[in-house]
Design a binder for this molecule. Sequence first.
Ligand code: URA
Length: 213
Amino acid sequence: MRELGTSVDDGARVEVDGRVVRPAETRTYVVMHKPAGVMTTMRDPEGRRTVSDLVRAAGVTARVVPVGRLDYDTSGVLLLTDDGEAANVLTHPRFGVEKTYRATLRGRLEPTAVEKILRGVRLEEGRAAPALVRVVAVRRDVSLVDITIHEGRNRQVRRMFEVVEHPVIALTRLRFGPISLGELAPGAVRPATPREVAALHRVVSDSREAVAP
Ligand code: URA
């Protein structure tokens, strides 16, 4: 079959260039609250707990993989899926999916440090894009801020706050694109809601338009 828009019966096997293509509705999207002290990998040669252990304990049988990565010490919302295209798009810097983190910082955060982060601090490999910062609470020796970035560099949030001399004590991701952590307990896994899946698919279809000739 060669025409665009050809309909197929439910359950039909469709191949493109020899690879089986499944409709998006048969894909699995799960949302996890990754606790600190868990590796964002499917296997750890050193035997540490991984997100795969949590997914399996929750009874998910689909071959899902994490979309992007949270550091071992970082907690928060993590999407896992067996939809390879969605995983690529959602982690590709070009499509700039927004991520919001709540950071507990050492020291009293002054407005000058916030301004530097807002403008974009210089990291080893180049300047980080400007970030959005919302100061939640500032005490004498610790500050709480929400920071939204759309890049995904290695240990980015921790390194950005190191530059302004407020090391991160604890970091939790509150939002990944259209998916929020909400009240999900640490270690818990839930299916993405239909609304979240639809929003993820919109990101993917927008990306197809963005790369179309
Ligand atoms: N930035 C970090 O520093 N760590 C993460 O896990 C995610 C973003």
